[in-house]
Write a protein of this length. Structure first.
Length: 273
C-alpha cells in the first residue's frame, strides 16, 4: 500500500559523470528525502550543487547512476505524465495558441478522452492561471509572465501526481514573480499536488514551501539540512512576511548558504596553494 507520508521517496540518489581521465565523478552523491502527499518542498543551494540534476532525475529526463525514486508507490524508470515539469523558459510552440499548446499535452496523456472532455480540461487549467480571456492568443501576443502561466497550465492539465518546477519564475520581474507565486500556491492548495521547486530565492523558498531541502556544495552534493516551515496553508503573504518566524527561517537558510560559500572558498584556497 502507498504511504502518504512517503508519497515521494528518494533514497541514496547518485548521478555520476566521467571526467576527462575516465574516472566517475559523483555530482550528486546520496541525496535522500521523503515528501508527504500534497506537500511543497523547495531545493536550494549554490550554483553547481546539482539541484536541477536531482529534478531531472525525478522527471526521468536523465538516468540515475544509483539509488531509487518512488512516486506514489511506483519506482520510476523514465519520463511519464505522472510527473509534469515547468522550466525557467516556458518553451511554447510559437505557431500554436495558448489553448493549442496546452491541448497538445492533454491529447498525448489522455488519448481516449473525448474532444469535449479535452477542451474542458484545457479551459479549466488556463482559467486556474488567470488566462481565460487570453487562451486563443499566440505566445508573441503574451508577456513573459503570461507565457509562463501557459507553461504552468500545460503542466497541471496533465493532472500529475508530482509537479516539478525548475526555477520557473527566475526570469520574471519581482512583481510578476510574486503574483505567480500566489497563483501557483492557490492551484496547489486546490489540487493537492505534491510539488518540488528549485529556487535560488530564500524568500520564495520560505513563502512557498512546507519544507526546504538545503543541498551541500558539489561535487558529491547531498542533503545538508531539511527545515520544516510551520506556516498554515493557504497562506497570506502580508501576514507571513510580517512575522518573526519568517525572518528566523530566512536567517537559518542564509546562514546555511553562507557556510557553504565559506567552505567553497576554503577549498579554492587549498587548491591554489
Amino acid at each position: 500500500m502507498r504511504n502518504d507520508d512517503r508519497y515521494v521517496e528518494i533514497f541514496n540518489l547518485v548521478k555520476a559523470y566521467p571526467n576527462p581521465f575516465g574516472d566517475e565523478v559523483k555530482v550528486v552523491d546520496g541525496f535522500e528525502i521523503k515528501v508527504p502527499r500534497g506537500d511543497v518542498v523547495s531545493i536550494i543551494g549554490h550554483s553547481g550543487c546539482g539541484k536541477s540534476t536531482v529534478l531531472n532525475m525525478i522527471a526521468g529526463l536523465i538516468p540515475i547512476s544509483d539509488g531509487g525514486i518512488v512516486v506514489a508507490g511506483k519506482e520510476i524508470d523514465g519520463p511519464g505524465p505522472d510527473r509534469a515539469v515547468v522550466f525557467q523558459a516556458p518553451c511554447l510552440l510559437p505557431w500554436m495558441t495558448a489553448f493549442e499548446n496546452v491541448l497538445l499535452g492533454v491529447k498525448r496523456s489522455y488519448p481516449h478522452a473525448s474532444p469535449a472532455d479535452r477542451k474542458a480540461m484545457v479551459e479549466a487549467s488556463l482559467s486556474m492561471v488567470g488566462l481565460s480571456d487570453s487562451m486563443h492568443k499566440y505566445p508573441r501576443e503574451l508577456s513573459g509572465g503570461m507565457q509562463q502561466r501557459v507553461g504552468i497550465a500545460r503542466a497541471i492539465a496533465l493532472k500529475p501526481r508530482m509537479l516539478l518546477l525548475d526555477e520557473p519564475l527566475g526570469r520574471l520581474d519581482s512583481l510578476t514573480r510574486m503574483e505567480l507565486q500566489d497563483v501557483i500556491l492557490r492551484i496547489l492548495d486546490k489540487e493537492k499536488i505534491t510539488t518540488m521547486i528549485i529556487t535560488h530565492d530564500p524568500d520564495e523558498a520560505v513563502y512557498m514551501s512546507d519544507r526546504i531541502c538545503m543541498m551541500t556544495n558539489g561535487p558529491h552534493a547531498k542533503v545538508g539540512e531539511i527545515m520544516e516551515i510551520n506556516f498554515e496553508r493557504p497562506r497570506a503573504r502580508d501576514e507571513i512576511v510580517e512575522t518573526d518566524l519568517f525572518y528566523e527561517y530566512r536567517r537559518r537558510l542564509l546562514a546555511f548558504l553562507d557556510d557553504c560559500e565559506a567552505e567553497k572558498q576554503q577549498h579554492r584556497k587549498k587548491a591554489s596553494a
